[in-house]
Design a binder for this molecule. Structure first.
Ligand SMILES: Cc1ncc(COP(=O)(O)O)c(C=O)c1O
Length: 420
């Protein structure tokens, strides 16, 4: 019997949506107000913001704001109209591509309007039906969605587990010998939730044994890792072994847009085959000019990255000294693991925000195992050692309260409502 399409939606709001009435506006879709900075306002209160990926503090840098404003004044927010291929191409798009290519040591790059759609299209364009994809099981949603577009076989390997990758490469190789296709391996440069770097060096070393091409999503590594800030490939000394390098402008570049980088012949192919770019409006000039300025600052102001790492080191070593579990992070991403239920996590985060002025993201089951709470802190170049100090003190207090069962008591009614 047929049903109304919307019937399932009326019944089931989805794994996150079902908590909307308890969480919306506070734990999800919170409104951070004021200028993007280390301190912003949340529901009228001053909070130290540890939840914004403005790693290098460029979002609100006066020089950046000036260029953004000038570009808006000169070009408006429409120019250029149309897709790059048809009418939306400009010399400044080309200039940005050339400068990005030089910065990440690749022959060529191509701009993407959004990282998410861009990497989906990249995966889609790189593989044909007889090719096989082998990718980390903890990959970002955009990679998973890109893989979903693939008509052929795919294998996941255990997160950052080289033995598991090898096993899957053996299976993929056998299969590719039958189909006559090739293999694409995909990893992140930095896994954004837990902060580990992808084992790019070990993965690249497997090229001696297996025949594959390597795509790296370096959203969190670009600008934060490597001597010049060129990312996780530079940090691990394997940029040359990465066949297709991707980074977004949404983090260190504090903007919107993204790019892919590879050999010229590969980029020349992609620019004629990336459906999300061919059939979408070109990145607007305000963003292109803004990105040129940001890239210039990343190149010429090493103090931005130095200050970022000063804060990262102070925060991470301070938390570790206090006995907090930061898991396996090897990047700026600072996860703090605590034990507790979802309602306890909600009460704890409320306490942090209301009484200690500390705003960080909270991650719970199903993203991480049941019974664990992940508080995720993103240090930036804007933060100060005072911010770190206040946060460390607050974290010590909330842990004590968690262990004493304070949040369990405070959240008893929420737990009952959630059926926890
Ligand atoms: C690992 C990773 N890849 C891709 C993206 C998507 O990039 P964008 O925000 O440019 O769509 C993100 C989030 O921004 C990310 O964290």
């Amino acid at each position: 019997m047929m049903r109304d399409l919307f019937e399932k939606i009326y019944k089931d709001k989805g794994p996150l949506g079902k908590w909307a009435s308890l969480a919306e506006g506070y734990f999800v879709f919170p409104k951070l107000e004021g200028q993007i900075s280390n301190r912003m306002k949340f529901q009228g209160k001053d909070v130290i913001t540890w939840s914004i990926n403005d790693y290098l503090g460029l979002a609100n840098h006066p020089e950046v704001r000036k260029v953004d404003a000038e570009a808006a004044n000169d070009f408006g927010s429409a120019y250029p109209m149309g897709a790059r291929m048809m009418s939306g191409h400009t010399s400044l798009h080309e200039q940005l591509q050339n400068e990005l290519a030089e910065f990440v040591s690749k022959e060529s790059t191509y701009l993407l309007n959004f990282g998410y759609q861009g990497i989906m299209s990249t995966i889609d364009a790189l593989v044909a039906k007889d090719d096989i994809i082998v990718y980390d099981v903890d990959s970002h949603a955009c990679i998973i969605d890109g893989v979903r577009l693939h008509m052929g076989k795919r294998f996941t390997y255990k997160h950052n587990d080289i033995e598991s990758l090898e096993k899957n490469l053996e299976r993929a190789t056998k299969m590719a010998e039958q189909t006559g296709g090739g293999i694409l391996v995909i990893s992140e440069g930095v896994f954004g939730m837990r902060g580990e770097q992808g084992k790019l060096k070990e993965i690249a070393a497997l090229k001696d044994k297996f025949n594959f091409r390597f795509l790296v999503d370096d959203a969190h590594g670009f600008g934060t890792l490597g001597k010049t800030g060129a990312g996780a490939g530079e940090e691990q000394g394997v940029q040359n072994e990465i066949d297709v390098y991707f980074a977004t402008f949404a983090k260190s570049m504090a903007s919107t847009g993204a790019f892919i980088a590879a050999d010229k012949e590969i980029i020349d192919y992609l620019k004629y085959n990336l459906r999300s770019q061919m059939f979408a409006k070109s990145l607007q000039m305000q963003l292109v000019k803004g990105a040129l300025k940001r890239l210039d600052m990343i190149r010429t102001m090493p103090e931005l990255k130095e200050n970022l790492w000063k804060i990262v080191n102070a925060l991470q070593s301070g938390l570790r000294e206090r006995g907090f579990d930061l898991g396996t992070t090897q990047s700026c991403v600072t996860p703090v693991y605590l034990k507790g239920s979802i309602p306890e996590a909600m009460a704890l985060v409320k306490d942090l925000r209301e009484n200690y002025g500390v705003f960080c993201s909270i991650v719970v089951y199903p993203v991480i195992p049941k019974g664990l709470i992940l508080l995720r802190l993103i240090p930036t170049s804007m933060h100060t050692l005072v911010d770190v100090d206040e946060t460390l003190k607050a974290f010590s207090v909330i842990r004590e309260r968690l262990e004493k069962g304070v949040y369990k008591r405070l959240s008893a009614s929420v737990a009952a409502a959630m059926g926890e």
